[in-house]
Design a protein around this ligand. Structure first.
Ligand code: URA
Length: 266
């Protein structure tokens, strides 16, 4: 498991009054008054010097004997989901689930945003931010997700056109997909190619909906069984820097892009 620290929230040492203000104890000026009144301690020592600094990750700050902490921000991380794990936080049937791959004891409110099938691999986003998750899962969140699929046979031109025009499944029409044929030497083929065999080919599919088994059903509707499926993008996020079965925190730039996307920013 990755032991990455809470990267995007990396907090550097800061002045005590700034720390107190950020923790919501008082304004910066009010916090200075608390300090000069001798009511603030850092690691047990009274701190009246206004230039003093604290490292919020290390130092214990108290006001009138009560410990003060910075409120934790929401957590956003990407898991590179391996095959064989169900996308649930608890499986009554005892099957391996994705919860065992992410730091749920450190971040108890963590849950997956959407789902990947048990045999699908790749980018699965987790967060503790229920509001953002709701927006990300709403049908109006029309952000692209790119899948790499190993399929039986070769996708013909007319089948490709059907997918690009938008085929209809038993639960309604699909929006037009972007389709590309991926050669075995394309680096993106690696995610599924280990399982490739004679008589198979690799297809890239970009969709922005998230219906159950959607990619498998779309390809099946044009006559191709999916043998392996991998997701490598989710909205503005790209799976990178994380090995199968491991997770990493989103960087600040990724987090901003993701939250921006939920607000309709490009
Ligand atoms: N489409 C599928 O068919 N399965 C997945 O896991 C994701 C998208």
């Amino acid at each position: 498991m990755s032991s990455e620290p809470h990267q995007q929230e990396r907090i550097v040492p800061m002045r005590v009054q700034k720390f107190l203000a950020r923790a919501g104890v008082a304004s910066r000026r009010g916090s200075e008054n608390l300090m000069t009144a001798g009511r603030v301690r850092v690691n047990g020592q009274v701190v009246i010097e206004l230039g003093s600094k604290v490292d919020p990750l290390v130092d214990v700050v108290t006001v009138d004997g009560r410990e003060v902490r910075l409120a934790d921000g929401s957590v956003y991380l990407m898991l590179n989901k391996p095959a064989g794990y169900v996308t649930t936080m608890r499986d009554p049937g005892g099957r391996p689930c994705v919860a065992s791959l992410v730091p749920t004891s450190t971040y108890p409110g963590l849950f997956p945003v959407g789902r990947l099938d048990r045999d699908t691999t790749g980018l699965l986003l987790f967060t503790t931010d229920g509001e953002a998750a709701q927006r990300l899962l709403h049908p109006s969140f029309e952000k692209d997700k790119h899948y790499v699929a190993l399929i039986e046979g070769r996708l013909g031109a007319s089948e490709r056109r059907q997918l690009e025009q938008g085929i209809t499944l038993d639960d309604g029409p699909c929006a037009p997909a972007r389709v590309e044929l991926i050669g075995p030497d394309d680096p993106r083929a690696v995610s599924v190619a280990r399982r490739s065999a004679v008589g198979t080919s690799i297809v890239g599919l970009t969709i922005h909906e998230g219906r159950k088994h959607q990619v498998k059903r779309m390809l099946s509707a044009v006559g191709h069984e999916v043998l392996a499926l991998h997701r490598d993008t989710f909205g503005p996020l790209r799976l990178s820097g994380v090995r199968p079965g491991e997770w990493r925190m989103l960087t600040e730039a990724e987090r901003k892009a993701l939250l921006g996307a939920t607000r309709g920013e490009r």
